[in-house]
Unconditional design. Sequence first.
Length: 325
Amino acid sequence: MATVFSGVQPSGDFHLGNYLGAFRNWVAAQHDNDAYFCVVDLHALTLEIDPAELRRRTLESAVLLLAVGLDPEVVTLFVQSHVPEHTRLAWLLECTASYGELSRMTQFKEKSAGSESVRAGLFTYPVLMAADILLYQVDEVPVGDDQRQHLELTRDLAIRFNRRYGETFRVPRASIPAVGARVMDLQHPESKMSKSVDSPLGTVRILDEPAVIERKIKRAVTDPGTTVEHDRERKPGVSNLLELLSAATGVPPAEVAARYHAYGPLKQDVADAVVAMLSPVRQRAAELQSDLGEVERILAAGAARAHEVASATYARAAEAVGLLP
Ligand code: TRP
């Protein structure tokens, strides 16, 4: 069994792109891997965030991961700050990483551009991410394109640490998301559906009410002409709808396309399929929200399990660099 680790930002605002591109695959693979899912609350502190908001979103993110179907008996679901070894190992790795290589991180450059005050934690963010991963002797990290450079850094740090201090960490590899559906914005089908883009009508949130989902899909931008074809270049809007229907039903997009001769019926079926796919998730989320004590117990049990592995790795790393036991 491969050990897999995923970090989830406590954004709370998860959408259809997260569901089809990531969460659904994690759930499908949960029995085949030894999987860790970590809500990375410490990473959220690298940018300005209201404390009450951070608390709310951290818990909400855990609720959502459970609602999509991750089984806490099968996977280890926990909150990053509950396992103190993450920050402890981050320090050892900060003393392994160089200022120069962190300066080259493109996400740091993007996130810091234009701000007059940049938190030091934003600069060392990728090192904390490396600690997240290396603590669990991970084989695979399913990441999107935007995290590839951070994963390369993680590998470099593991290799450098092992060479300098002796074999301590398993060197992880990035795993390419399995046929990850690439869900595009419903209003701007040339760009990916994303929480950071201000497109409320273009983004279907996982917990949107069915009527809201239906309205957003019915208002989706289509393309000139009236024919239903799967052609990303010429018909990005329609192709996105076809791919959504395909992702929700398992029928290939071209085959789906052949069944429609007008946009209206296609939109109706996409809306119905997406609502049907997400309603069990909404229902489970509502149940969990009405019993947050249970969610907290699940997170505490997850942290205890994570801590067993993390503390063993940390102890090895600390001893390797010469800290007194
Ligand atoms: N940086 C990741 C993101 O923004 C989140 C993250 C933190 C992560 N630690 C991780 C992802 C460890 C994978 C593994 O999405």
